[in-house]
Design a binder for this molecule. Structure first.
Ligand code: ADP
Ligand code: MG
Length: 265
């Protein structure tokens, strides 16, 4: 039996428009097991990012939130950046173009681990090595625009884990990258999470990508959690029609098709 890190109960979120029916999340009950890798899967707009922001208490002020997120696996309520590391789709957005890589990766260690800048700089150097940035010593003094998209995402991951968070939330971290780089980032996340014993929440619309990484899977459709379970169970014996549809679409995708749309209902 796995120990829960977090228990989400009856979580509903709407973004405060007049239409009370427009929920971004509705009635979600989900446990996040400590030390396991949870893939959150669903199409665009299904509420995945809202879930990530709710976990990190980063929802905008206009969001109306019902339900609870309990952290029975932690001694105190988590602080984003310290206990929860976040990686987003666009690494350009999370890296500041006018600060050096060294400053940005070291910052979390200065702020949350209480390291001085000199110690934090060595910590940053070690992190850049761990995420396999070539010539990490030179990278410390370089700026984001000097790196490729995949390398920027590696740097963003290094910054996200600088304060040694117990939970890493990666929200579509590979969606802006080409397929080869996507696979490399997934392998990197897998390795880092194993080494550090971190819990991972990996958000994606790509069930194939999730299947390579996940211990557990939660499937969202239109604000609702429609299926959850071990990756093995969800992938081999999907219970919900939408999960079956995602898996079937995946098989379609890898099978050459002569005429688009054949077989569609
Ligand atoms: P996903 O990450 O699965 O694409 P999101 O959680 O981003 O889904 O969005 C869920 C729903 O909430 C969508 O209908 C989206 O338009 C809406 N939404 C998300 N963020 C905001 C926001 N800041 N203000 C208003 N509506 C939002
Ligand atoms: Mg999203």
């Amino acid at each position: 039996m796995s120990v829960p890190l977090a228990e989400i109960r009856g979580l509903s979120v709407s973004y405060g428009c007049d239409d009370a029916q427009s929920f971004a999340l509705q009635g979600v009950d989900l446990d996040i097991a400590k030390g396991r890798r949870l893939a959150v899967i669903g199409e665009s707009g299904s509420g995945k990012s809202t879930l990530a922001l709710a976990l990190a208490e980063l929802l905008p002020p206009q969001a109306r939130i019902e339900g609870t997120v309990g952290w029975s696996g932690l001694a105190h309520a988590p602080v984003a950046g310290r206990d929860i590391g976040m990686v987003f789709q666009d690494p350009g957005g999370s890296l500041n173009p006018v600060l050096t890589i060294g400053e940005q990766v070291a910052e979390g260690a200065v702020r949350h681990l209480g390291l001085g800048w000199r110690a934090a700089r060595s910590h940053a150097l070690a992190l850049l090595e761990r995420v396999r940035i070539p010539d990490p010593q030179a990278a410390l003094r370089a700026f984001p625009h000097q790196f490729s998209g995949g390398q920027r995402q590696r740097i963003a991951i290094a910054a996200a884990i600088a304060a040694k968070p117990g939970l890493l939330i990666a929200d579509e971290p590979t969606s802006a990258l080409d397929m080869v780089v996507q696979a490399e980032i997934v392998v990197l996340l897998d390795t880092l999470v194993r080494e550090a014993g971190m819990t991972l929440v990996f958000i994606t619309h790509d069930i194939a990508l999730a299947s390579g990484l996940a211990d557990d899977i939660a499937v969202f459709q239109r604000a609702r959690l429609v299926e959850k379970g071990s990756a093995q169970a969800v992938l081999t014996k999907p219970a919900h029609a939408y999960t079956k549809h995602l898996l079937a679409a995946q098989i379609d995708f890898s099978t050459p098709r002569l005429i688009d749309g054949v077989g569609d209902a």
